[in-house]
Every structure is written in C-alpha cells, then in structure tokens.
Design a protein around this ligand. Structure first.
Ligand code: NAX
Length: 326
C-alpha cells in the first residue's frame, strides 16, 4: 500500500527518540512510506522542532510527513502504530509510588486518547518504564482497543541475552534462536537458556555450565541497563531504539519461521501467569497478531524465576489499582 503508515512516537525529543526517529524514517519498518506523529510535553517542543529540522535535512525518500504537538488526541489521530517511549524518570527522592503515579497520569491519558482517535488497526508498543505496568494502565484505559494490541518492550532484554550467549559460545548471533525473556522488564526478568538454541542445539546443554548460567548470564542480562549507565553516563538509547524497531517490525511483518521472539503481552493464563497481567512470553507473530508459544516444559529452576518476576508484576498492578489508575 502507498498510504503512509502513521506512526506515533511519544517522548520524541528524548534520547531514545533521537535514534528511533531516524531509523523509522529511513525505512526500518519496510518500504511503505511513513508519517511521523510526534508527541512531547510543551517545554520540549522547541527541542523537538530541532530534531524535525534534522529529519527534514535527511531528505528521507519514504518520509511522507511529520506532525508534532503536545496534545495526545491530536497527535494520535488515525495512527496505525504508537510507540510510547516518553515517561517520567525517577527523580531524586522520588518513591516508587510517586513514580507509578507520575507515569500513571501519562499512560491513563494516552490510553484514553488512543481509544478515542487511533486507527482501527492500531498496534501500541510501550518502551517507557515501568513498561509492563504502563502498558497495563494504557490498555485498561482504552476499553475499545482489543487488549492484544498492547505490548511492552522486552526485546532489548531478548537481544542482550542473544548477544551474551553468542559471546559465550563463539557462535554468531544469527545462530542463536528461541530465546525467551519471561516476566517483567526489570531486574527480576528471567532470560531462559533451557529453550534457547545455538545452531539448533539446546543452549543450556551447549554451554554446560550451570554456574555461568545462574551467576553470570542471568544477572548480566538483567542488570545490563545499569552497566550501560555506569559506562556511558546515561541510559541505553540507541539499543533501546533498535529493539523498539525490531519489536514493531516483527509485530507488523511476522517473526522468523521456526523461531520466536519475546514480547510482554496480556496473559491468558499461559504458564501460570495470572490472566490480565502484561508479562513477557515467547511469542510468534504473523499478520499483525501475536500468539504465545505453548507447550514448553518449565523445570523447577525456571518456575521459581518466572514466579518471582510475575509476583513483582502483580504487586505493581495492585499498587496502580490502589491509586485508581486501572
Ligand atoms: P529521556 O528522558 O531522554 O526522554 C523522555 C522524553 O519523554 C523526554 O523528552 C520527555 O519530555 C518526554 N515525555 C515525558 N512525559 C511525556 C508525556 N506525557 N508525553 C510525551 N512525552 C513525554 O528518556 P529516554 O532515555 O529516551 O528513555 C525513555 C523511556 O524509555 C524511559 O522511561 C526509560 O526508562 C525507558 N527505557 C526502556 C527500555 C526498555 O527496554 N523497555 C530500555 C531503555 C530505557 O531505559
């Protein structure tokens, strides 16, 4: 189709936005022309105008138009894809409850706006933290949008896990398949090597080192965000943008045959994850829809880790329910 794909990006003047917008505009989602709809808070609009000047200066052939603004109902009008990146970071002295409340305000408003004005085929990906719970808040505030249209980003964790396993085994990243991140996009997430494969062989067996798996691999993946902040002085941005693109591309165009990806999506009770929580699962995607991979055997080691991360998601849900956000 030559009708442009309308893609909303929130927090467009932020660091992830600075990488994401140029990838989107240069064709990372395919050949279809795209129209960017960029949402920011009012004080950041001047910065965003500067970013738009740079986008213009790239003369991207497939960039059909750009609109910016601070009103969600205007910016989200008719969007087919909404990438919700903007969120309120935890400031000094801010308690967890304050953080949930500040983000709750953002994601209730954006959920309502999407409900009112997005295109019927809209897909909504949440990158802004706490991503799973922000997605839950937006989903709950958009009752007319099918719940399956919401997801939270765990693709960066997924890609980090692939990279760590590739480095450990000496295999190219293209040989690593069937990776899964379970649970929350947080330090409790569980990157699973028992179903992952290295060139078609079971990854845990190939590595053959439970100590590495437990005491190096899992914490390295789960705490990678903090390691990046430590090294770079600011949080992951280009890699988060790249993962946001990977997730959107696979959602719209389908995951690879004979492989799966990790996405945090609304649970139907699969693998004992309480229905309604937005938790990361192994999923396949096709024609804009996802399906949780069924029938994987979960041993006691994996069970305990999945349960711990899911318990944290249930706590976050209870906290935002108490605040009246869902
Ligand atoms: P920045 O602080 O650079 O940018 C965020 C932008 O959002 C700012 O420009 C701000 O003005 C804007 N914003 C705030 N409230 C808004 C609202 N109501 N409507 C529209 N825009 C709004 O953060 P950045 O480094 O770009 O990170 C963005 C979010 O991604 C953060 O919440 C961050 O924690 C999260 N991340 C998520 C990751 C994931 O894997 N799910 C990894 C990277 C990143 O940490």
């Amino acid at each position: 189709s030559t009708t442009p794909l309308k893609v909303a990006v929130t927090g467009a003047a932020g660091q992830i936005g600075y990488s994401l917008l140029f990838r989107l505009a240069s064709g990372a989602l395919g050949d279809r022309p795209i129209e960017l709809r960029l949402l920011e808070i009012e004080p950041a609009l001047k910065t965003l105008e500067g970013v738009v000047m740079e986008l213009d200066d790239c003369a991207f052939p497939n960039l059909a138009g750009i609109e910016i603004g601070h009103e969600a109902e205007k910016v989200f009008d008719g969007v087919n894809l909404a990438l919700l990146v903007g969120a309120r970071p935890r400031g000094p002295g801010m308690e967890r409850g304050d953080l949930l409340e500040a983000n709750g305000a953002i994601f209730t408003a954006q959920g309502k706006a999407l409900n009112a004005v997005a295109a019927d085929d809209v897909r909504i990906g949440v990158t802004g933290n706490p991503a799973n719970t922000n997605a839950l808040i937006a989903m709950t505030n958009a009752p007319d949008v099918p719940q399956s249209r919401f997801s939270a980003l765990t693709r960066l964790d997924h890609n980090r896990a692939i990279s760590q396993l590739a480095a450990k085994t000496g295999a190219p990243v293209t040989d690593i398949t069937h990776m899964t991140i379970w649970g929350n996009h947080s330090a409790t997430q569980y990157p699973d090597l028992f179903h992952a494969q290295v060139a078609g062989r079971n990854a845990a067996e190939t590595v053959g080192d439970q100590d590495w798996l437990e005491n190096t691999f899992i914490p390295t993946v789960a705490k990678r965000g903090a390691a990046i902040i430590d090294a770079r002085g600011s949080s992951s941005a280009a890699s988060a943008a790249s993962a946001t693109i990977d997730a959107a591309r696979d959602w719209l165009h389908g995951s690879a045959d004979d492989d799966w990806v990790s996405m945090a999506v609304v649970s139907d009770g699969s693998y004992g994850v309480p229905e309604g929580l937005i938790s990361s699962f192994p999923v396949t995607t096709r024609d804009g829809d996802w399906e949780i991979v069924q029938g994987l055997e979960i041993d006691d080691f994996s069970r305990a880790r999945i349960d711990a991360s899911v318990a944290e998601l249930a706590e976050e849900r209870d906290a935002v329910a108490k605040l009246g956000l869902i």
